[in-house]
Design a protein around this ligand. Structure first.
Ligand code: AMP
Ligand code: MG
Length: 419
């Protein structure tokens, strides 16, 4: 048996960042930024008003009060987007809306609430200190200031910062081209009636959806029987078109395990026993000839165990970091949190446990319980519907007791509705 870290290190050693491409910001959403980005211009680009009101010379309104308002002549009207820079003499003001550039002669904004709202002449009822309600050009970023580091994920917040700092396009790694092949003669399409012995193929959806959530472009999602000829044909067809092929099922010691039978000889894909539960049998490698042309670099191949919970854990522990590394992400593993076990549960001796879990955040802190009410089992696919993450329990632990602190990982797609 090998350690999880050893297997993950093998995966990451084989994983090279994909070539980069320049895309419009909207197309970069969720992808990994491949360049270190600095601000192209100041943020904000212009010194502008933070309020709807009047741009004034602070000195003019220093004595204003409700009892003795100061009356100013309104010599300009500046809505957002206005480009004018009207001169203001003593006793003059410009009506101004939020975001409009502040005239160079003004040094304060009086909010409309402190005025009578006049259009030609305005009565100001309170003073404004120099700089009041003015957003200074460059107070957020100045040109050349760091904005986003290479390897960061282009979430909504990052995209808005990039757009504001002068970018319309950005370099991102190409999406990993991924195919998913579920193996098993017992598998039928979801929703089909079942004959005795058959089960719905849930892994295809599970793995392809997870891959898409992690930036993959899905090339194909297939279901093949346990005849090696079917798998062989599918692999020949896909090997030249993919960066990664994820297979599920057929990696164990049994008869009719086509993935192992087909890919084990020749050693391109190695089948290991990894000290984890679930997910002990793992196949990983890179296809070469005859799957691709002589000297060509073929796709990475993951042979994940078929039990749905095993496939899920295996994806999260090995495939997810690989997909992130292919995209140049600076962080490929998810952060763990400490959580208090709400109940006790058994763990397998000598193997690290990855338990589908419900993680709750309350005023008292983070707590965790198994997603499956009746113990863990790699076949308990229904329990995945209740999981919003997983607990990781060390190999030396034999039982988690209620109140113990364990490490947990929350899912990226975790939503409050599931808490
Ligand atoms: P295997 O790894 O092929 O020995 O499969 C182990 C268990 O997982 C068996 O009970 C299979 O029926 C089940 N299984 C395999 N592939 C899938 C799949 N695509 N969807 C749902 N269950 C599966
Ligand atoms: Mg099978």
């Amino acid at each position: 048996m090998i350690e999880v870290e050893t297997q993950l290190a093998r995966v990451l050693a084989e994983t090279e960042q994909l070539p980069v491409e320049r895309v419009p910001l909207a197309a970069a959403h969720g992808r990994v930024i491949a360049e270190t980005v600095t601000a192209r211009y100041s943020l904000p680009p212009w010194t502008n008003s933070a309020m709807d009101g009047y741009a004034v010379r602070a000195l003019d309104v220093a004595a204003a009060s409700p009892e003795s308002p100061v009356t100013l002549a309104v010599v300009a009207d500046l809505p957002a987007g206005a480009s004018a820079n009207p001169s203001l003499g003593p006793g003059q003001a410009a009506r101004i809306m939020t975001g409009a550039p502040v005239p160079s002669d003004a040094d304060a904004i009086v909010p409309v609430e402190a005025s009578d709202g006049g259009v030609r002449r305005v009565r100001i009822t309170s003073p404004a200190a120099p700089g009041a309600h003015i957003r200074v050009a460059g107070e957020d970023r100045t040109p050349g200031d760091p904005l986003v580091a290479a390897g960061a994920r282009a979430g909504a917040e990052v995209l808005s910062a990039l757009a504001s700092a002068g970018y319309g396009t950005i370099e991102v790694a190409r999406r990993p081209r991924v195919a998913v092949i579920a193996t098993g003669s017992e598998l039928v399409a979801p929703g089909e009636p079942l004959e005795r012995g058959q089960i719905p193929d849930s892994n295809s959806l599970l793995i392809s959806s997870l891959a898409a959530e992690h930036g993959a472009e899905l090339i194909d999602v297939l279901r093949v029987s346990d005849e090696t000829t079917h798998l062989e044909a599918a692999l020949h067809e896909l090997a030249r078109r993919c960066d990664v092929i994820v297979l599920t099922g057929g990696v164990s010691m049994g008869a009719y395990d086509p993935v192992k039978e087909l890919l084990s000889p020749g050693g391109q894909v190695r089948f290991e026993k990894v000290a984890m539960q679930p997910g002990k049998p793992q196949g990983f490698g890179r296809l070469a000839a005859p799957w691709v042309g002589d000297g060509e670099v073929g796709p990475l191949v993951f042979g994940l165990p078929g039990n749905p919970v095993s496939a899920w854990v295996s994806f999260l522990v090995f495939v997810r970091p690989c997909l992130r590394a292919l995209q140049g992400a600076s962080v490929v593993e998810d952060p763990t949190l400490s959580a208090v076990a709400e109940v006790g549960w058994r763990t397998p001796p000598g193997r690290r446990q990855y338990l589908p879990a419900r993680i709750r955040t309350t005023d008292a802190g983070v707590s965790v319980s198994p997603a499956a009410a009746r113990g863990s089992g790699s076949h308990l696919v229904g329990s995945l519907a209740d999981a919003n993450g997983y607990a990781i329990v060390g190999a030396s632990v034999e039982r988690v007791e209620a109140g113990d602190v364990v490490q947990v990982v929350r899912l990226m797609s975790d939503v409050d509705a599931r808490l």
